[in-house]
Design a binder for this molecule. Sequence first.
Ligand code: PMT
Length: 409
Amino acid sequence: MLDGKRVLLIISGGIAAYKSLDLIRRLRERGVRVRCVLTKGGAQFVTPLSVAALSEEKVYTDLFSLTDESEMGHIRLSREADLVVVAPASADILAKMAAGIADDLATTALLATDKPVLVAPTMNVMMWAHPATQANIATLESRGVMRVGPGAGNLACGEVGSGRLAEVPEIVAAIEEFLLSGPGAVPSAAGPLSGRRALVTSGPTWEAIDPVRYIANRSSGKQGHAIAGALARLGAETVLVSGPTNLADPAGVSVVRIESAREMHEACFAALPVDVAVCAAAVADWRVARAADQKMKKDGSGPPQLELAENPDILASLSRAGEKRPRLVVGFAAETENVVEHARAKLARKGCDWIVANDVSPATGTFGGADNTVHLIGGNGTENWPKLSKEAVAERLAARIAEHFKGAA
Ligand code: PMT
């Protein structure tokens, strides 16, 4: 599916640089053309020869090489790619990228590129937590640089915490996600879900108090949108019913925009029949019973009493829709304590087939963040997935859905 796509891989210094060899191999297996730049630091950990052997391309190391510049100038090198990936990305290269320093081939190419950039940081836990690194990352992300990881765990330096290079499959998933959903990407017509119809809900709902005020929640829609995109890339004809978000429509997906839970309920039932429904939206359980027609006034008689009414439960009603029931109904459970236990109870109560449980306590950053740590609870018990980017969670879930339908009529 990635045949002909081109990645410029910049390998900077760090003990995890050896993993870049596996990354090259996996990208090559998917048909990606990988051209590599090895920094001086990177070359302390992997040799140009092994990088060249795996990429089957010349490896670029030196900014002032007459041969390299005549064959392929650093500007061309930085432009002849669909995506520039820095993996591993050390604290040093992130700092140089943020400051616009161009003192070697890698940083010069990064400054000269007009292509999207994805970084996979890795470093010591204190280096990662340092305000300087965090400020550099924030600067890069505000300029549109994408990031995968770092993960948490035992670090090569002997300490434990955040700073591990994301696992190679996660980096591959992030690259794949971008290459398939970026400009010009098209959903697969021959994917494992072709011929299937999927419905996904995403984002928050807004429940009106009066014409200018509403009750909402912190959902960004990142998780639900990523799932809709992943299902479409596997070939499913996908309808995304979304509350208000700032996200672009995923490629190849029909998007129905709504505001309230009742509108979402109606739009979901209008999208039936579908083979699979994934309810990732953070739907308000309650709405204001009688929203005011005009803006409510502060008239000195004290704050208004808002009476709440229960909203329809979309997941439960899809699960109990009789003949219209999707063959596979997947819910989410947003919990702040006893995550798996509460999610199991929710699965039984709402009558869905699988439930994806995630911890949404403020410290996790799940609402609105880029990553998610989920537990998939279904027919085969409970699977605890590692912390992944929301795109990688979506890819895995879509792959599991495809597996579920494999061989089914
Ligand atoms: O949008 P992001 O910023 O990326 O964050 C992702 C997320 C945290 C919103 C997402 O991963 C998630 O957990 N979505 C479900 C949020 C939620 O409302 O959970 P809940 O436990 O309150 O509801 C359980 C299930 O019932 C969910 O599938 C929900 O969509 C569904 N529901 C809830 C109420 C309702 N009236 N109708 C519903 O369909």
